[in-house]
Design a protein around this ligand. Structure first.
Ligand code: ZN
Length: 238
């Protein structure tokens, strides 16, 4: 039984008493975050998921501890100065505050029903004041300013609407913040993360009932593959 499966039986709720998410971050992403190797966009996604997911919080703590043991058992010559310093910096941080590593942006922000505080700092607004920009086909977005190789944005897809079919040149992580969506890989609701790589060609459809708001982080541009998607690609530059 994996640690994550084991933890599922011991964690009885997510943030604010909500059930924990069902779709989680891969270990390698949690490891990159714990070691400081993840860039800012991916780190923002991980920090946001951790505020909503007690299962991944526990897993990240386990991986942090494992990383510490590995460091203790390796001769210093096997680690670069940079990697060692990054790992030490992470291990020195308080483990109970997953957003601690994020740059402080709008400190007065507080969690709301859609945007955890760590994300509001990047949006610069609470959920009701998000400065949406039209992306096409009824989909809105707002780009978030992150350094490094990834791109981060909030997406708002009208209830019941399909996102054009697309593949990826790299990895895409989509974290649901409001509503939900389904594709061939499952049903995703608040707190769930769908991780896709360049082998995935999918066409998510938003649930009915309310608009679907997601945090999407890509480490390479999306490639829209349907006819409508290719047309959208030309002006959306996704
Ligand atoms: Zn999780």
């Amino acid at each position: 039984m994996s640690a994550i499966e084991k933890n599922k039986t011991t964690v009885d709720g997510g943030a604010c008493g909500a059930p924990p998410p069902n779709h989680h971050l891969p270990d390698e992403v949690l490891l990159d975050y714990a070691s400081g190797a993840a860039d800012e966009g991916v780190s923002l996604l991980v920090a946001t998921h951790l505020t909503l997911c007690p299962i991944c919080r526990d897993r990240a703590a386990e991986l942090d501890a494992l990383g510490g043991e590995l460091v203790e058992n390796l001769p210093p010559a096997d680690l670069s100065d940079d990697a060692f310093a990054k790992l030490l910096a992470r291990l020195d941080e308080p483990g109970s505050e997953p957003a601690a590593a994020e740059p402080a942006r709008k400190e007065q922000a507080t969690d709301d029903a859609t945007l955890p505080r760590v994300l509001q700092r990047y949006v610069g607004a609470a959920a009701q004041d998000i400065p949406w920009q039209p992306l096409g086909l009824g989909v809105d977005h707002v780009d978030l300013s992150v350094e490094g190789g990834s791109r981060a944005m909030l997406l708002r897809v009208p209830e019941g609407r399909a996102v054009p079919q697309h593949t990826h040149e790299g990895n895409e992580y989509v974290l649901v913040l409001q509503g939900g969506f389904s594709d061939a890989h499952g049903h995703f609701v608040r707190g769930d993360v769908e991780a896709s790589d360049d082998s995935v060609d999918h066409r998510p459809v938003a649930d009915g009932g309310e608009d679907c708001i997601c945090l999407a982080v890509t480490d390479a541009p999306l490639k829209l593959t349907s006819l409508v998607g290719r047309a959208l690609n030309r002006f959306a530059k996704l």
